[in-house]
Design a protein around this ligand. Structure first.
Ligand code: NAD
Length: 259
């Protein structure tokens, strides 16, 4: 992409944002890499260094459960010590300007909320809390991770002694129905869906931009590399999110001043 082409793309992207009456942003792990949290599929991503613990293993096998908690105690530090980056902050700015209605995220790091986004739909839950799988009791993840590290054993529920797990959706675990319904209802109104930092290969999240699709709907993608759904999008920019969103925002500002 030469600079002339990229300027045209930024301008077009900005015009879609300014023209849409209801814009939804969908984010994936790529929006948080600039905050120091690795994604799944990049060479230094989570899968390069960890084995996946599936939900049924977690339930049935104490060793898998321990491995899960070991991994989570490491990733917890990355989450807890990280702060939102320019990508998260640009979305908040657009929300305050009335340009973005709602954020749907696959991320579990809580950085959108920390940046100031309200009412975020977390389709894969949150790693900021730990919950009991039996009674629903829940506690701050920091407290539970410290307990795991202090005792070198999976922490049990304070209320009923049940198995505890981060309040996230693990591999092989059902998505939360209420959260998915909220997602579907939100997309009913969407004229523009902006997918940021997601490989768009993990279903059903990968199909979210096209749920309740309408003739008016435009889909815009920013990602470092090609995604599984580029062929379905109206506009695709391959680039780093921080610089790309900053450039798009300059064109948004310009378009708003011209109005
Ligand atoms: P993914 O790892 O499949 O894809 C992330 C995409 O972002 C990749 O295509 C990568 O090229 C791109 N990317 C990375 N850094 C970027 C940057 N700075 N600018 C532009 N693009 C960048 O992530 P996903 O599609 O969100 O996938 C699946 C799962 O990963 C989700 O379930 C999510 O919960 C989980 N996950 C979340 C976190 C987090 O909460 N921060 C971290 C790792 C994994």
């Amino acid at each position: 992409m030469n600079s002339e082409n990229s300027t045209d793309l930024y301008r077009l992207f900005a015009s879609h944002i300014c023209e849409s009456k209801f814009t939804v942003v969908l984010t994936g792990a790529g929006i948080s890499t600039e905050s120091g949290i690795p994604d799944f599929r990049s060479p230094n991503g989570v899968w390069a260094t960890n084995r996946q613990v599936y939900f049924d293993e977690f339930l049935s096998d104490p060793e898998a459960r321990y491995e899960y908690w070991r991994q989570k105690s490491v990733s917890h530090r990355e989450f807890a010590d990280s702060i939102p980056n320019v990508g998260h902050r640009t979305i908040v700015k657009w929300q305050k300007q009335g340009l973005v209605e709602r954020v749907i995220t696959q991320n579990i790091d809580g950085l959108h909320q920390q940046a100031g986004s309200e009412d975020v739909i977390e389709i894969h839950g949150t790693a900021r809390r730990v919950a009991c799988l039996s009674c629903g009791w829940n506690e701050d993840a920091e407290v539970m991770v410290q307990r795991f590290l202090a005792n070198d054993a999976c922490p049990k529920c304070d209320e009923c002694g049940g198995i505890t797990k981060h309040a996230t959706i693990s591999f092989g675990q059902q998505l939360n129905e209420t959260v998915m319904q909220d997602t579907i209802d939100t997309l009913r109104k969407a004229e523009l869906v902006i997918a940021l930092g997601t490989s768009l290969v993990v279903e059903p999240a990968a199909s979210i931009p096209w749920i309740n699709n309408s003739a008016r709907r435009k889909v815009a993608i920013v990602n470092r590399e090609e995604t599984g759904k580029d062929h379905l999008a109206d506009i695709v920019i391959n680039g780093e999110l921080g610089v790309t969103l900053t450039e798009i925002d300059k064109h948004v500002e310009h378009a708003m001043m011209a109005d």
